[in-house]
Design a protein around this ligand. Sequence first.
Ligand SMILES: [Zn+2]
Length: 364
Amino acid sequence: MTSALELAADGIGSVEPNPAVGCLIEKSGRIIGRGKHERYGGPHAEINALADCRSRQADPEGATIYVTLEPCCHRGKTGPCSEAIIRAKPAGVVIAAQDPSAHADGAGIRQLREAGIRVTVGVCEAEARRLNAPFYHFVQTGKTWIVLKWAQSLDGKLARVDPTRNPWISGEQSRADAHRLRRRTQAILVGINTVLIDNPLLTPRPSGGRRPLRIVMDSDLRIPLNSQLLQTASDHPLLIVTDAQTLTREAGKAKEIERRGGQILTRKMDIEHGNLRPLQDELRTRGVQQLLVEGGPKTLGAFLEQGLANEVCVYIAPMVLGVEGCASLGTALARKVCQTPLCHLETKRLGPDLRLRGLTAPIT
Ligand SMILES: [Zn+2]
């Protein structure tokens, strides 16, 4: 199951909003098939593993199938895996975790058992639930999984005072990794200051066919009409969150934004002093399973202070910026926010940088 989970993890960044799934088929102590869910809309892991089996001219009859998620039994984008498994006549199926979706929730397991297959559920369950934490969170609570991401120097600076010489804090490998993080999510959010300072595109590169919704928190509607975000709004969805009073005052600009393809959302929201819950409701309505918050410090701070972050991903560059650095997260926070350390902590070297990832609450 550990190997199946490793296979599944390869799909992260390509399968969302589907869960990442891996599958191994074992017979007489030998792996005769392996498969994973490779991309959204593509065949499921079980189908790929059975196909792999056939391509090796191995027979899955009497084998044991290890799969990290309950096989589906509904006809979605691909045929039901439960039926394909039953046709393959394995002796047993070992499942890491049940699928909590309304259309599954044990139905796939029941179907396999009714066909006389021995089914074991719950092997490496916590690991499987951690791998697809945003999927479980969204299905079970109806809430968007929120990831905060930033890059910082050793002295905690998120930006350079003069970004013209070198706008980056982190190295090339960290930035490529951050694009994979963007491919995972269905929406990416920044504050207006980030737009004014960095003029970002906020698209994943390479896109892998992904077009996450780009969201800007812009209470005074200061987004420049010539910003990269607005210039690309007809191809990549853009949502500007502002307040109702601004909209009345800036009606002309709002119209121009909409003409260029941007959408405007006004909800009673005090971004500065913190009430982001209406944004959460909007994300849920739009079916956004994962939101990536990319900054700057004020916006990241607002999510931290309201306890809305589920996951934190920080790229730490081995340099001290001193007076050449600015935008420290610590000074953007009005109050102490994190009483307990992050859990399920992972560290990874990315070139010269260190990536630190963790969750704000344990998954057991
Ligand atoms: Zn399936």
